[in-house]
Design a protein around this ligand. Structure first.
Ligand SMILES: Nc1ncnc2c1ncn2[C@@H]1O[C@H](COP(=O)(O)OP(=O)(O)OP(=O)(O)O)[C@@H](O)[C@H]1O
Length: 269
């Protein structure tokens, strides 16, 4: 479990994170949801240590990360896997070399043969067993995300951070990537944190959701609870998604008949 307590961050006097406290649960897909510019990426960077919060603390399974000794921070950092927006593969390396890269950096004790086995295993796990020799330029956006996932889990990560894993993907491929992240999270009991503004992902894999708005956490809960959350900013965010509007309309038709829908349309959400 990752615990974030009163994290604050400002740039040039402009507060971006205004005291965020939340927990990310072990073995679950934890989603950080919110509109553009609400501080999702800044929060993620503070959690993984790419940015230093001005105030507040972050613990990983009870061990303090912020302001702790360098060796303890490095030990935690070794357990973190990252799936970057746009996949961030090395263009000059093959798919297999990309997946092997963090093993060379983080697990020097592994022999070349052990590394090759691990790469083979991870590529197979993400459904890319035949793509090891391809270059990133030869594979699709969805395949690149899969390589990114294989690379993130290769060193046996305990924590997986995904920055908008669906960006640039078509809806069907997005669902497959969401499903893969969800499966891997449960299979290896990983604490997964996903930054997103995609309501499809919320509905697919949102086991624990944090909603950020203008640098504050306004709500947290599950995908089952989110549609009934009584937070105006969250409702506005959710119902700006045409998919959710359509799903709610179908529900209302089934439950209340057409009269209730027409009433609703008059009032608006
Ligand atoms: N290094 C930085 N220096 C100055 N301002 C920054 C920096 N990083 C982020 N910001 C500002 O912090 C605010 C929040 O940015 P952030 O990238 O966290 O938003 P976000 O919620 O991830 O948005 P999006 O969904 O569009 O990626 C923005 O106003 C952004 O301009």
């Amino acid at each position: 479990m990752i615990e974030v307590s009163n994290v604050q961050k400002a740039f040039n006097g402009n507060p971006v994170l205004k005291g965020i406290s939340c927990t990310f649960e072990t073995g679950k897909c934890n989603l950080v949801l919110g509109g553009s510019g609400t501080g999702k990426s800044v929060l993620l960077q503070c959690i993984v240590g790419l940015m230093k919060p001005d105030l507040g603390s972050i613990t990983f399974d009870g061990t303090m990360y912020t302001n702790n000794k360098i060796n303890i921070r490095q030990e935690i950092r070794r357990k973190i896997g990252m799936l970057f927006q746009g996949s961030a593969l090395f263009d000059s390396m093959t798919v297999a070399q990309n997946v092997e890269f963090p093993l060379q950096m983080l697990t020097p004790e592994m022999t070349p043969a052990e590394r090759r086995d691990r790469v083979e295993f991870c590529l197979k796990r993400v459904g890319l067993e035949n793509a090891g020799n391809k270059m990133p330029s030869e594979i699709s956006g969805g395949m690149k995300k899969r390589v990114g996932i294989a690379r993130a889990i290769a060193p046996n990560c305990t924590y997986l951070f995904c920055d908008e894993p669906n960006s640039g993907l078509d809806p069907a491929t997005s669902i497959k990537i969401d499903e893969l992240i969800h499966e891997i999270t449960h299979e290896y009991n990983i604490t997964t944190v996903i930054i997103t503004h995609d309501m499809n992902s919320v509905i697919e894999i949102g086991e624990h959701i944090i909603f950020l708005h203008q640098g504050r956490k306004l709500w947290d809960g599950t995908k089952e609870e989110i549609l009934n959350a009584q937070v105006p900013e969250l409702q506005e965010f959710i119902f700006s998604s045409s998919l959710v509007r359509a799903a709610k309309k179908v529900d209302e038709e089934a439950e209340g008949g057409l009269a209730s829908i027409h009433d609703h349309e008059g009032g608006g959400i």
